[in-house]
Write a protein that binds this ligand. Structure first.
Ligand code: AGP
Length: 615
């Protein structure tokens, strides 16, 4: 969704802001803008469309400046155009503001200020906040920078909704103010320079020292210092964190797209998820961050897993593992549904929320709801220091490195791997034998090589993608562990290729879905050589009898499958519970190559944002 980067220091600010905005592009946006203070003047440049368009206009500004704020906008209030793009200015034109989030009471405030003589140029809630700060600025009688700070404090106390903001004022030339409530914001600490940014990864080329702001934090940054307070209580406590990956981790390198890079990283993703967590001696695993004693872990009677999109699909794989191998009743739900449901939850239920970004508003809302009811809520997140990671009672970090492609890939396999580890921990406390524990560990150890083996088949998968990419619709079918894989593969296909795609449990075909089958509608069957193999073959025959083309994701060495499918992608065999980690890889590639063949913008699919921080 929207992105913010602000800078004050000694360097020329415009290239830093444009570079930062380009790094924030992956979050999804439709317009962008920059405000700088130049020789005491506020210069605002904003444009609908790509950052390159904005950069062209910004490059025409020649006077040197080393302080500015900037923004990528993903429209919520008001259509995407130059006027609605941020930064927005106040009535005086001396104050500029960038804002992520939604000001819910903006209409009332706008009416009040309009009646008092304010004129608004845009249809946005953000402009209302800029005017509100400006209004208080005129009223506050304190002097110096405290005047601007007090105006920001008063305005933020009055607004309802969510915000991550950066404020720049012509009369305070060395100062930027940032604040957050519900929208992520990070302070970056450089050498003689400071940043405010919505995304820590964006700061990697400049600094690895960050402070993740908390809700109601208000930060002042100047060239060589910063000051943090809370809106409520004065001085705020904070911890300076070191980002633990190198700047290259967020670069595309030689890959055509971030998504492809991230697909190819997956052998390493598994190694990183598992590193130091397998306990060979006890045929189990260790997950330190759960913050639960062995006794508390044994007392869990039920698990509820919540997430959105890909994260929920991984949760569905996890739920199957936990029931099948650890014998714990487990349910999954969309975070957005759960938080508004009045669903009875038995005591001794443990909640898991899953989120790559750790900032998804629906997932965060569900976590808060579970905790509000007195349940323990654990997080599985990738972004260290993210809001979900901070607000949960404990959890497991994915250590997958930055995922920039909007289509989640490596985060899915990482989350599945973490559920595998969790199953091992909880299963070994119940009825799982040491032998089974050992088998799982051995299967884990083989996964990276098995993924590499699948990736070596990329050209074959690309050819299949080219063959079918003009289909209007595609079906993805799988059973048990592979049903969530079918859902995830369909999500990948539709979000980046825009081909309509849907996933179903294979056996559901005959209950309705089969009506969609014709010679133009390919079906992708995920049919490993497991206990349901024969049944899958029967379902494939039902599709064939109706002239539906079939692509099979099958177990290496399954020669029989040639009689039933038009195209086959072989995948090595692992334990059933880990098979989704292997089966999803060729389907990620299938979606990727279909999207490329259709000329889609793979890393920035239309209408989508990487991190969905509004409900
Ligand atoms: C997946 O490709 C999507 N971009 C999307 O479904 C995503 O998984 C979802 O928005 C959840 O994001 P999170 O993991 O950051 O919470």
């Amino acid at each position: 969704m929207c992105g913010i980067i602000a800078y004050v220091g000694k360097r020329e600010v415009r290239p830093i802001l444009i570079d930062g905005l380009s790094r924030l592009e992956y979050r999804g946006y439709d317009s962008a803008g920059v405000a700088t203070l130049t020789d005491g003047d506020m210069e605002v440049t904003k444009k609908a469309g790509r950052i390159t368009e904005l950069a062209r206009h910004v490059a025409q500004r020649k006077r040197p400046t080393s302080i500015g704020i900037s923004h990528t906008r993903w429209a919520t209030h008001g259509e995407p155009n130059d006027v609605n793009a941020h930064p927005h200015t106040d009535q005086s034109g001396r104050l500029a503001l960038v804002h992520n989030g939604v000001i819910e009471n903006y209409q009332l405030l706008k009416r009040q200020m309009t009646a008092a003589g304010h004129t608004f140029k845009s249809a946005t809630d953000t402009e209302v906040l800029a005017h509100l700060i400006g209004k208080y600025y005129d009223e506050v009688e304190t002097l110096g920078d405290e005047k601007l700070l007090e105006a920001v404090r008063r305005a933020l106390r009055e607004v309802k909704g969510t915000y991550g903001i950066a404020v720049l004022h012509q009369d305070h030339p060395g100062l930027i103010i940032g604040a957050r409530r519900g929208s992520p914001l990070v302070l970056g600490i450089g050498d003689g320079e400071m940043f405010i940014c919505s995304d820590a990864t964006t700061l990697l080329p400049y600094t690895q020292k960050v402070v993740y702001l908390k809700d109601f934090d208000l930060v002042q940054i100047r060239e060589s210092n910063f000051k943090l307070e809370t809106l409520a209580e004065g001085e705020s406590s904070y911890e300076i964190k070191e980002l633990d990956y190198a700047a290259e981790a967020a670069e595309r390198g030689d890959f055509a797209h971030f998504m492809l890079k991230e697909i190819y990283e997956q052998p390493l993703t598994i190694e990183n998820a598992v590193r130091g967590r397998l306990n060979i001696e006890e045929c189990s695993a260790q997950l330190g961050g759960l913050n639960l004693t062995p006794q508390q872990l044994r007392e869990i009677d039920r698990i509820i897993i919540l997430g959105c999109g890909t994260a929920l699909h991984a949760g569905m794989v996890g739920s199957h593992m936990l029931e099948d191998m650890a014998f714990i009743p487990t349910q999954t739900d969309y975070a957005s549904e759960f938080r508004y449901k009045n669903c009875p939850v038995p005591k001794n239920t443990l909640f898991f929320v899953i989120s790559q970004s750790g900032e998804t508003a629906d997932t965060l809302g569900a976590l808060r709801e579970a905790r509000r009811k007195g349940f323990r809520g654990l997080g599985i997140c990738n972004n260290v220091g993210s809001t979900i990671a901070r607000e949960s009672d404990g959890g497991v970090y994915m250590h997958a490195g930055p995922e920039i492609g909007v289509a989640a890939t490596k985060s899915f396999v990482s989350q599945c791997a973490i559920f595998g580890l969790l199953t091992l921990v909880l299963g070994r406390m119940r009825h799982m034998s040491a032998g089974t524990g050992r088998q799982i560990i051995e299967a884990f150890e083989k996964l990276p090589n098995q993924i590499t083996q699948i990736l070596a088949n990329d050209e074959h998968i690309e050819a299949i993608a080219r063959k079918y990419c003009h289909a209007k619709s595609m079906l993805f079918l799988g059973r048990e562990y592979n049903y969530p894989v079918a859902l995830e593969a369909a999500l990948k296909m539709k979000e980046i290729s825009y081909i309509h795609a849907a996933g179903f449990p294979t056996a559901e075909l005959k209950h309705g879905v089969i009506a969609l089958i014709d010679s133009e509608t390919p079906s992708v069957f995920i049919c490993p050589q497991d206990i349901l193999h024969e049944k899958n073959i029967s379902n494939m025959q039902e599709v064939r009898a109706r002239k539906g083309p079939i692509i099979a994701v099958a177990t290496e060495g399954d020669e029989e499958i040639h009689h039933h499918a038009d195209d086959i992608i072989y995948v090595p065999r692992t334990m059933d519970m880990l098979q989704p980690i292997l089966n999803i890889i060729p389907l990620q590639l299938l979606a990727y190559h279909a999207a490329v063949a259709l000329g889609r913008d793979v890393d920035k699919p239309r209408n989508l944002a990487k991190s969905v921080t509004v409900e």
